[in-house]
Design a protein around this ligand. Structure first.
Ligand code: IPM
Ligand code: MG
Length: 397
């Protein structure tokens, strides 16, 4: 067991170095796309496709177009089942998904999700029913968010490029304030009390931390394998103490990985100032939600960022999604960017052990961002949604 300190001496030195602004410098290489430690090869994938709300179905159509093309080239087969779950279904039938929805999904190898959020449905309903219930019900306890600035994509960070913005956030996905534990007393009165409890379990943090260590090993960053725990141990002295102790206890099993710790507020500053510092971050559900939006914008915004809700256990069903939301005002206009969904398809393929296909999609996508697209913002791409899909397909060969 380590002495009770906040990071290893080497990590502290590195942090001082970063604070002084010298960074790590020198490295221009790229490392493996394959970061999912438990990827398994699925030869004939059964894929559930939930287009969802707003522009979800449009971007998913482009993801499927790319999937179809890469399957032909790489020679694997798959079977798609489209599910009409989402806001429209809720308005028509009173339920966003059928009662046996989870059972249905358990029969698939993987899920591609478009977007959740309908302008006529109050906030919180579809998020809980369609997204969070699936994450919890399928025990997708990892939210994997690669943060990679693709070539040709603009970042709001001055003087930073693709070599600087390339890290991964492993966010715990089934605990914390997302559990929905809490309630009201004296609701609607001046004496109202509301509680929303953050729940952390030893099992929940340990499995997430172990996954993150394994992902760090697998990613094998030539700059050095470093896992940064992001939490708030100076204030959340019970729940995040559990995270901190678990991190320390598990770390000796991964001696080749340098361990590091940031408080979440400091992490937000460093993501902006020195994103090149990070290799893999592991964090709690709520903090992970926030820092992945911050990270999303430095990688070019929500038109680009993708994530995986992963159940890494044998037989686990994972779900991949673009991070952009349903953007209802763009529905049917052909203006929305499908790059994030195509990125999610690459992650899905990686998870299914189709590494060559995953890499082929990723390099086609980067070719398109680098040489064709004017911008990653909706309506400013220089192409329509389906033209961007076609460009990626053309770049696959
Ligand atoms: C995300 C989203 C969701 C979350 C919302 C839509 C419930 O922001 O996947 O990051 O908070 O997890
Ligand atoms: Mg979020």
């Amino acid at each position: 067991m380590w002495p009770r300190r906040r990071s290893s001496p080497r990590a502290s030195r590195l942090r001082e170095c970063i604070v002084e602004g010298c960074g790590l410098g020198g490295y221009n290489g790229r490392f493996s796309l394959q970061i999912n430690p438990q990827a398994k090869v699925v030869m004939s994938m059964k894929i559930a496709v939930i287009g969802g709300d707003g522009t979800g179905p449009e971007v998913v159509a482009e993801g499927v177009k790319v999937l179809e093309a890469v399957a032909k080239i790489e020679g694997f087969s798959y079977e798609l089942t489209h599910l009409d779950w989402g806001g429209d279904r809720l308005l028509k039938t009173g339920e966003a998904l059928p009662e046996d929805g989870l059972e249905q999904l358990r029969k698939f190898d993987t899920i591609l999700l478009g977007a959740v959020g309908h302008p006529e449905v109050a906030p919180g309903i579809l998020e809980r029913k369609l997204l969070l219930d699936l994450r919890f019900g399928l025990d997708q306890y990892i939210n994997l968010r690669p943060v990679k600035l693709f070539p040709g994509v603009e970042t709001p960070l001055k003087d930073k490029g693709p070599d600087d913005i390339d890290f991964v956030v492993v966010r715990e996905n089934t605990e914390d304030m997302y559990c929905g534990a809490g309630g009201f007393m004296h609701k609607g009165t001046p004496n109202e009390v509301a509680t929303q409890t953050a729940i952390y379990t030893r099992k929940g943090c340990e499995r997430c931390i172990r996954y993150a260590f394994e992902a760090t090993q697998k990613r094998n960053n030539p700059k050095g394998k470093r896992l940064t725990l992001v939490a708030k141990t100076n204030v959340l002295t019970t729940g995040h103490d559990l995270w901190w102790r678990t991190f320390q206890e598990v770390a000796p099993d991964y001696p080749d990985v340098e361990t590091d710790y940031n408080h979440v507020d400091a992490c937000c500053m460093w993501i902006v100032k020195n994103p090149e510092y990070y290799d893999v971050i592991v964090t709690t559900n709520m903090f992970g939600d926030i820092i992945t939006d911050l990270s999303g914008i430095i990688q070019g915004g929500m038109g680009v960022a993708a994530g995986g809700n992963i159940n890494p256990e044998p037989g686990g069903v994972s779900m991949f999604e673009p991070m952009g939301g349903s953007a209802p005002k763009y529905t049917g206009t052909g203006k929305i960017n499908p790059i994030a969904t195509i990125n999610a398809v690459s992650m899905l393929l990686d998870q299914a052990g189709q590494t060559a296909a995953a890499e082929r999609v990723m390099s086609a996508l980067m070719q398109v961002t680098a040489t064709k697209m004017k911008s990653q913002n909706a309506g400013k791409m220089g192409f329509s949604t389906s033209e961007v899909g076609d460009l990626v397909v053309d770049a696959l060969v």
